[in-house]
Design a protein around this ligand. Sequence first.
Ligand SMILES: [Zn+2]
Length: 415
Amino acid sequence: MSLLLRNVTLPEGNQADVLLDGALISRIGQGIQGGRVLDLSGYLLLPSLAEPHAHLDKAFTADLVPNPSGDLGGAIKGWIEHRTGLTVEDIYGRAMSAVRKYVAHGVTTLRTHVDIGPGLGLRALEAISAVRASVAAVCEIQIVAFSATPLSGAAGAANRDLLAQALAEGADVAGACPGLDPDPRKAIDLCLDIAAGHGKPVDMHIDEWLHVEPSTMELLADAVIATGFEHGVTASHCVSLGMLPAEHALRVSRKAAAARLSVICLPQTNLYLQGRDHATATPRGLTAVKALREAGVNIAAGADNMQDPFNLLGRGDPLETAALLMAAAHQSAAQALASVTDCARQALGLPVPGIAAGARADLLAIKAGSVREAIASADTNRVVIRAGRLVARTDTRHDLADELTDKGDGHLGRH
Ligand SMILES: [Zn+2]
């Protein structure tokens, strides 16, 4: 099966035909013939998008789980109470709704954290594992087993066992939130140790608050360097790094680079959750993106929560995340796009195919003339291709009053 993407704009701005053969891009050039033709005049071709940090098990519970304080503590409290009543079927249904939105927007790779712990056991893992299997041909899903707190001490024994069991039963990555543990360094060591025992990477929720001590990011980097952990480490959030003086943030960032951490910035949820007790000069809750970039750390970005007590907003579009990176972290359009494409794939330990002959055809075509415009407009007219196969297409129609069109015949005109 061949698919010819005719007259599409490449990220560099030039127009070309792109021929897909099987799962791969076979040719890029002018006047190519053959295959089923898809006219993409007016569309920009990008690598398909990646969502490196989601919580599919929590999606679309905003109207069910109250969080009156609107902050992280309120969200955790509300969620822990709510999750005990969740069934596998309920989690599966909401997660599938979230995945549909993601794929329609152009996501073909997604990492989700999945709660495991008291009152929930492994039910969320069971549900999201079923989602992963259902959509495997359309969207590759990685599951992080997000262990409950604490991991350390006698009180953490059951949580440690459950984390090991989750990895044995198919979770791809080990996760934890060491900053909430009574012994953060011990929690980090335990998570790394359990992950290493299964040969799997770790992805931890790191310093998702404004107070700067202790820096579990620095503890994590120290632990990775000390243990030589070699399966891949991702630090998600790293909010308090953004509160440090520039020199201090750069020093910690250099240590993160030495430990080869990837950092995932989660602008929407952290703009939503953090700084509510600051009436003015409200901190943005974003990690120190500039210091991390200067230190050479791989910076990805994700949406985190989707319409749940942690974030009442969210529509499953990484271009929304990219726009927030431009507005709130002052990244360029190219940097913002990279954080939701190539850098996100790198953080997930995946190859970065790019748009080139011989590369795998995981692509998003979006109505836009440039990367900046694609992020700014986040147009809903999109074509999503996974391994050479068309997996989603959205066409929108505007019916406009004559005054807004060039028809002038007194009727609503299609534009
Ligand atoms: Zn998260």
